[in-house]
Write a protein that binds this ligand. Structure first.
Ligand code: ATP
Length: 356
């Protein structure tokens, strides 16, 4: 198990700065995900770690060794891409064994390791097939087996599930996580899918425009996003611009909405040192709204419509000042009709406050 460390790593492509001085520590055996929209620099980070491209400045250290200047074949990394990149004219077993052959391992050792890898990804029955005779999910299992069979210090996964349909993606998320924890291998995963990042990772690094803007556990990222960007990117959320008006004790503050309307709410702010008059964002996740009164914070809204998603339903509502709120309705709970005026309420502890 190896630690990976990016130290002030920057990458420029001509005038364009793709990665802007990143510091990142992936602990031994940890599963860390780089999450962000297209073009934010995730793949560039992964490719620098694999050695396919060199940083413009900064250092990359793996297992205590400075690898910044090492060519890819001298770094002990295993990589899986979105496109499976399998050899079409080689069987599953030969594809998996390719890296072992290149490393000139004895034949018996190769066979043992290939069989182990086949078992790990549940493809024992398909060892003699060719990639063209496999489904997308099976091909990605082969790619995964090929990456881990060389026993890399670090596993690099670049959107490995992006080409698969939702059901298969969810199955393979569980599989990859199982294999990763069984092998205890340090893993850096790249995705733009926040659900995937939250469900698989020990920690998620949210990237924006070449920078890591927050790195935290999935729970912390979701419950206490540190910025408007993260709050919007990770999960669905309702954000209100507010001003802190009063400290209430017990870590609570009273805030007032900015602009017209001046509604007043109570929010937990023990984690922030906010001053009276500070401008903040108040965030409420759709699942924390309760239809009807009964919670300390309440607001009257008009129902504009609803979106049914099977396990949940989102009711889209609008307050008198035009602000919109998405409210999640639990299964079995009746959703109010379009045009109906209702009160929605929420607890001070179940919203988050962040300073802009
Ligand atoms: P995606 O999810 O679309 O793959 P990403 O977050 O992985 O996006 P990168 O592939 O790391 O993004 O690219 C970051 C930026 O660097 C982009 O603006 C991209 O156009 C640019 N870039 C990447 N590779 C090169 C290259 N070889 N030459 C020039 N610009 C590049």
């Amino acid at each position: 198990m190896s630690e990976v460390c990016f130290e002030k790593v920057e990458k420029r492509f001509g005038e364009h700065v793709a990665v802007r001085g990143i510091d990142l520590l992936v602990r031994p055996g940890e599963f860390v995900t780089l999450l962000g929209p297209s073009g934010c620099g995730k793949t560039t980070c992964l490719r620098m770690l694999a050695g396919f491209i060199a940083p413009t400045s900064g250092r990359i250290v793996m297992g205590g060794r400075d690898i910044t200047a090492l060519p890819p074949y001298r770094r002990n990394t295993g990589m899986v891409f979105q496109s499976y990149a399998l050899f079409p004219h080689r069987t599953v077993a030969d594809n998996i064994g390719f890296g072992l052959k290149v490393r000139r391992l004895p034949r018996a050792e190769c066979t043992t390791r290939i069989n182990e890898a086949l078992r790990l990804v549940h493809l024992e029955q398909l060892a003699g097939r060719y990639p063209g005779q496999l489904s997308g999910g099976q091909r990605q299992r082969v790619a995964l087996a090929r990456a881990v069979v060389i026993r890399p210090e670090v596993l690099l996964l670049d959107e490995p599930l992006a080409a698969l349909d939702l059901k298969l993606r969810e199955e393979l998320q569980v599989e990859i996580k199982r294999i990763q924890s069984e092998l205890g291998i340090t893993t850096l995963f790249v995705t733009h899918d926040q659900g995937e990042a939250l469900s698989m990772s020990d920690r998620v690094a949210v990237m924006h425009d070449g920078r890591i803007v927050q790195i935290d556990s999935p729970e912390a990222l979701y419950e206490r996003p540190g910025s408007r960007y993260v709050a919007n990117f990770v999960g669905r959320t309702n954000l209100l611009d507010v001003v802190v008006r009063e400290k209430l004790g017990g870590g609570m503050v009273r805030v007032e909405t900015d602009g017209a309307g001046k509604a007043s709410f109570v929010a937990a702010a023990a984690h922030l040192k906010v001053a009276i008059g500070a401008r903040c964002l108040l965030g409420v996740r759709p699942e924390h709204f309760h239809l009807g009164g009964g919670r300390a914070n309440a607001i009257q809204v008009k129902v504009r419509g609803a979106t049914y998603l099977g396990s949940v339903r989102y009711v889209d509502t609008e307050a008198s000042d035009g602000r919109s709120f998405a409210v999640q309705v639990r299964p079995g709970e009746p959703a109010p009709a379009r045009g109906e005026v209702v009160v929605i309420s929420w607890r001070p502890e179940s919203c988050f406050l962040l300073e802009e």
